[in-house]
Design a protein around this ligand. Structure first.
Ligand code: SF4
Length: 88
């Protein structure tokens, strides 16, 4: 496999930081503690749609603890978004 063939096997992907909130307290963590921040739902949906538009095939939700993101349920139900490709 040459370099170009190897590059062509890479799935275009992004890590999307939804929130800095976390229920743990790892000393090595880079997520800010004490003042948790989270993306507004509309901003998250805009980013997801833009990722779709530029050909991103995989989005990994990260944080903090992404399961603490208050809009997680809404943004993983994509009926109202253009990015229905996630469900494939
Ligand atoms: S985000 Fe991960 S590394 Fe940071 S405190 Fe939470 S569990 Fe630990």
């Amino acid at each position: 496999m040459n370099y170009q063939e190897l590059v062509n096997t890479v799935v275009p992907s992004v890590n999307l930081f939804l929130t800095s909130e976390c229920n743990m307290g790892c000393k090595f963590c880079f997520a800010p503690s004490g003042h948790a921040q989270a993306l507004p739902q509309d901003e998250t949906e805009r980013i997801i749609n833009e990722c779709h538009d530029v050909g991103i095939e995989k989005i990994t939700f990260v944080g903090g603890e992404p399961l603490l993101y208050p809009h997680l349920y809404d943004v993983v139900h994509f009926d109202h978004l253009d990015a229905k490709w996630f469900l494939k």
